[in-house]
Design a protein around this ligand. Structure first.
Ligand SMILES: [Zn+2]
Length: 289
């Protein structure tokens, strides 16, 4: 079943669990996330960043959509961190059911303006829109390839105004996470009290970016305090890459078809653990009640 993120996150909100959004760059990433979701019956968001979208090409998503539509487990197909209205339109034309327009680095009024523009046309075709307020840090291994670890925390006083003006369906907030993998010795501490204040006033589901490398305990706290979507990319991809590296070094193997199954298994362990931590395993049947 292929849904938009508004409908996917609504059930999560009602039943107090959190959905993992896993960034997918190519077929083995997709297989890893898709099969794990089936194995533990978890609703999942397949996320694709702008550069991943360009890398794959539009035709690739015809196949992805077919797989998602025929699945019993519910999915959404989501464009992650789009920076232009045009890119959102392109993804919608390619069959995405959800887009994120990231105007978080723009001045507030411009962020409102661009987000509103996207919701106006996306809602006409039942596509959900995620906005972002505040900016999260970046350790440089993200899909955007930007190194900037300045976190600008979301201001509670902007939240209601932003949601009212833009009509976005979910909101990414900055409470202390960063994109990419955290360097050794850097452990993020999330501002759970800030999150609780935001949750009190936000009428749409909240999203946490930069979930890779955070302590289980921190993500669990964020999920229980009301985050409904957590983005994971680097850590499961790192598990796949480490396995490929090991197979090449230790067994001098170079054939992808022989190496990938084992590498995917390593990625699945990470995806499975995150989904279980988010308490979305076994939740697929809720979408049929
Ligand atoms: Zn992000």
């Amino acid at each position: 079943m292929l849904l938009n993120t508004k409908d996917l996150l609504k059930i999560a909100e009602e039943n107090n669990f959190t959905i993992g959004a896993f960034n997918v760059t190519e077929l083995s990433n997709f297989k890893c996330v898709y099969e794990t979701a089936q194995e533990i019956q978890a609703p999942v968001i397949i996320a694709v960043a702008e550069n991943e979208f360009d890398f794959c090409g539009k035709e690739y998503f015809t196949y992805i959509r077919q797989q998602l539509i025929k699945s019993y487990v519910p999915f959404a197909l989501h464009l992650d961190h789009a920076h232009t209205v045009e890119k959102c339109m392109e993804a919608i034309q390619a069959g995405f059911t959800s887009v994120m327009i990231d105007g978080s680095s723009l001045p507030y009024e411009q962020n409102v303006e661009i987000t509103k523009k996207v919701t106006e046309f996306a809602h006409m075709v039942n596509v959900s829109v995620e906005g972002e307020l505040g900016t999260i840090g970046n350790f440089g291994t993200s899909d955007e390839g930007v190194v900037n670890n300045n976190i600008i925390y979301t201001r509670v006083e902007d939240v209601v105004d932003f949601i009212d003006k833009t009509n976005c369906d979910s909101l990414a907030v900055a409470i202390g996470t960063s994109h990419g993998l955290y360097p050794k010795g850097k452990e993020p501490r999330l501002q759970i009290e800030l999150l609780k204040e935001i949750k009190k006033v936000a009428r749409v589901p909240l999203v946490l970016h930069g979930g890779s490398g955070n302590l289980d305990e921190e993500l669990d706290k964020a999920a229980r305090a009301g985050i409904r979507k957590i983005n994971i990319a680097s850590e499961y991809k790192a598990a796949i890459s480490r396995s490929l590296n090991k197979q090449m070094n230790e067994h001098h193997e170079v054939k992808f078809a022989l190496m990938m199954p084992q590498a995917i298994e390593e990625g699945k362990k990470v995806v499975r653990n995150r989904i279980r931590l988010f308490r979305s395993d076994g939740k697929a049947s809720l979408y049929y009640e």
